[in-house]
Ligand binder design. Structure first.
Ligand code: NDP
Length: 338
């Protein structure tokens, strides 16, 4: 089979491409410009014509993916802005929502009988809501709060809420589109909802300052020692290794029952000090952080129920130790830690 992977140069996407290729799929990746294609062509050179790139310079334009979807069996839509630099929330909401709709529209009009499944890289951002007592969230939950915050406050909303609103609105748009058109198409939709994604880098990054959003947080906490002792033991969320999320995309493609499901892909909860503890044990010159931390006493207000994933896919998640070790080895290999 052949998979179209949108935003193929991203942190998550390059692992997704790699795992599809390793499992025998052909991959057509989209990137925004030729300059972003070169590195990928080189990285996946050994796959010959099983890997190709097409340029889609504006994913929000209607018909943007008309050419790209032709002849593919599966679409994995990962392209979506993830950063906290947006002033106007529409800077990230428009590409998230319109990008998703333009992929689905092209699949509707030009996917013919070939497209069987659309896998969407969504997020736990569209599931959880902030609260004051510990709560376990499942696929039944939707982040209505972020949408409300952004519609009430606009530019003044906190940046995290702008991103959460973009992912919630994009995922909702995908389900609404599919409900509206499912009788006309040969495909269904499977949505992957990961919390923070960490783990080694495979995409093109020249220096740590240019890491993607999630790894920047991890780098700042674990390597650069930029969090205060208080922040190290209170800042946290759910997490998953990028390689397990990539595996989930492949399993979402090959598991018929994943159709029509949103699926939380989460290894568990963390406080940044958990990663710092592992890192400092492996490399004593890295910061020790807050040495009074007791993980047993840590309060996780937000956690995610991954039981649907266990039933559907049964992923064996990388542990904190494995992820931290592999990530640090990668950073060392790049000369970022000496
Ligand atoms: P990256 O920033 O590494 O990759 C984002 C990808 O989306 C890039 O290919 C980027 O292209 C593309 N993109 C961003 N904005 C636009 C836009 N306006 N128009 C077209 N393309 C755009 O992020 P990740 O790999 O971390 O994220 C990938 C997906 O995973 C996203 O959907 C994100 O929401 C989701 N996710 C990520 C999590 C994480 O912790 N990393 C957690 C949960 C979900 P370009 O390089 O040209 O900008």
């Amino acid at each position: 089979g052949k998979v179209l992977v949108t935003g193929a140069n991203g942190y998550v996407a390059v692992w997704v491409v790699k795992f599809y290729l390793e499992r025998g799929f052909s991959v057509r990746g989209t990137v925004r410009s030729e300059s972003k294609a070169k590195y990928l062509r080189q990285l996946f050179q050994s796959y010959g014509d099983k890997f190709e790139i097409v340029i889609v310079n504006d994913i929000t334009k209607e018909g943007a993916f008309d050419g790209a979807v032709k002849g593919v069996d599966v679409i994995a839509h990962t392209a979506s802005p993830f950063h906290d630099r947006a002033d106007d929330p529409n800077e990230i909401i428009v590409p998230a929502v319109q990008g998703t709709l333009s992929v689905l529209n092209s699949a509707l009009k030009h996917g013919g009988q070939s497209v069987k499944r659309v896998v969407i890289t969504a997020s736990c951002a569209s599931i959880f809501e902030f609260g004051t007592t510990p709560r376990v969230f499942s696929e039944k939950d939707w982040n209505e709060r972020a949408i409300r915050e952004v519609s009430e406050k606009g530019k003044a909303a906190v940046n995290g809420d702008k991103y959460c609103a973009s992912k919630t609105l994009a995922e909702r748009a995908a389900w609404d589109f599919w409900k509206m058109h499912k009788s006309e198409v040969a495909w269904d939709v499977a949505v992957m909802n990961p919390p923070y994604v960490y783990g080694p880098v495979l995409h093109e990054v020249d220096k740590p300052e240019n890491l993607n959003e999630s790894l920047t947080l991890w780098w700042n906490a674990v390597v650069a020692g930029k969090l205060s002792n208080e922040e190290l033991v209170t800042f946290g969320f759910g997490w998953v290794d990028v390689r397990d999320l990539a595996t989930a995309h492949v399993l979402a493609t090959t598991t018929p029952e994943a159709g029509g499901e949103r699926v939380i892909i989460s290894a568990g909860t963390y406080k940044f000090q958990d990663f710092v503890n592992v890192a400092h044990r492996l490399y004593p010159k890295l910061p020790s952080g807050n040495t009074s931390y007791d993980p047993v006493k840590a309060v996780h207000l937000i956690s995610f129920d991954a039981s649907k994933e266990h039933k559907l896919f049964g992923i064996k998640y990388h542990t904190m130790e494995e992820m931290t070790k592999d990530t640090l080895e990668d950073f060392i290999k790049r000369g970022w830690i000496s």
